[in-house]
Design a protein around this ligand. Structure first.
Ligand SMILES: C[C@H](O)[C@@H](O)CC(=O)C(=O)O
Ligand SMILES: [Mg+2]
Length: 367
């Protein structure tokens, strides 16, 4: 049903200075500014329907995305499978209605999450301890710690976090592609005593056989391989699955171009019986990916075994429909759409380089 024509398209470079607090930092990205190319497509439809899309970057990357947004849907031969995805939000019916047991369960309990927010690599030990204590109080039972830059530091930080959470709670580690294959195996053999459930991105995201080799070496130590946040199309995931290169699959709602590409990966994961544990460390990723993973539970995997969705606690206040967390779980969104829309005031303030926030920061840098 045609409801109107596209009347306007805007692309804005929105950046949040997260690097100032070390938020989002890891072994590869030491000073990320969580950012997005934010696209709004307006129409002349009577009801004012519009679509909003974001592509997550770490700042400068927005300039690349900017030039590629709108280049076509997956399957469009004019659009290389480039990992720059546009996802939209349009008005309409809320996506969840209570019709089956799994939906009821989601509405009552939510989808289980883990937190990455206690242990970014740039946080001091004191901050790590303080955030971890608060997260335990708030009911978190699954934690991810960044590793990979310095082994001594990793041992110290992993000891702190394991001591704080105790032996039963779940700990994951994330190296953000920092190692080569032998290094990954050696390094993780030294961190195995902290009983991580997985090591995430131990090496280059497109080194499928490398991941397979690491997996072969580490699974006997009880450590699984998690990867996918930098995998930009379904073909990479197909090969990772075929090569038995991962035990936990991490879709990223923005890296994979479009909802459709994400859905094809959910279906493949189901076929290979590999749990999907989405990536959400970025701006807006929690908002988007919650839809995909709740859909996965209700309509595809029908299982919560070994499954959880990442949560980071920054920047939700800039979204019109922010995620709702309860008891360390994502509560299903009840508003229509993909929760992508940002508050206009936030966009204006954080627009780069002429928003109020950046004008001040850039002026201070010059002085
Ligand atoms: C640069 C990002 O914060 C990255 O560290 C996120 C990530 O790897 C994760 O959340 O996982
Ligand atoms: Mg990661």
């Amino acid at each position: 049903m045609v409801r109107g024509r596209i009347s306007q398209l805007s692309v804005r470079d929105v950046r949040f200075p997260t690097s100032l607090g070390g938020h989002g930092s890891d072994a590869m990205h030491t000073d990320p500014d969580y950012s997005a190319a934010y696209v709004v497509i307006e129409t002349d439809a009577e009801d004012g329907i519009k679509g909003c899309g974001i592509t997550f970057t770490l700042g400068k990357g927005t300039e690349v995305d900017w030039s590629r947004e709108g280049c076509g849907a997956p399957g469009d031969s004019s659009c290389p499978k480039c990992g720059v995805g546009l996802v939209g939000q349009a008005g309409g019916k809320a996506c969840l209605e209570v019709t089956c047991g799994h939906e009821k369960q989601m509405l009552a309990q939510g989808y289980p999450a883990y937190t990455t927010s206690c242990a970014w690599l740039g946080y001091s030990d004191d901050t790590l301890k303080q955030l971890c204590a608060q997260a335990l109080k708030d009911g978190w039972t699954r934690f991810k710690v960044k590793v990979g830059a310095d082994l001594q530091d990793d041992v110290r930080r992993c000891q702190i976090i394991r001591d704080m959470i105790g032996p039963e709670k779940t700990l994951m580690m994330d190296a953000n592609q920092r190692w080569d294959v032998p290094e990954a195996v050696e390094w993780m053999s030294k961190l195995a005593k902290f009983k991580p459930l997985w090591i995430e991105e131990p090496t280059s995201p497109d080194d499928i056989l490398g991941h397979a080799a690491i997996s072969k070496a580490l699974v006997p130590l009880g450590i699984g391989i998690a990867t996918g946040e930098q995998c930009h199309n379904r073909v990479i995931f197909k090969q990772l699955l075929q090569a038995k290169a991962l035990q936990f699959l991490q879709i990223d709602s923005c890296r994979l171009g479009s909802v459709n590409e994400n859905l094809s990966v959910l279906l493949m994961a189901k076929k290979f019986e590999i749990p999907v544990c989405p990536h959400a460390g970025g701006v807006g990723l929690c908002e988007l990916v919650q839809h995909l993973i709740i859909f996965d539970y209700i309509s595809v995997s029908a299982s919560l075994k070994n499954r959880m969705c990442e949560y980071v606690d920054h920047l939700h206040e800039h979204f019109k429909y922010p995620v709702m967390m309860q008891r360390a779980s994502y509560m299903p969104p009840k508003d229509p759409g993909y929760s992508t829309e940002m508050k206009e005031e936030s966009v204006k303030k954080h627009q780069y380089p002429d928003g109020e926030v950046w004008k001040k920061l850039l002026a201070a840098q010059e002085n």
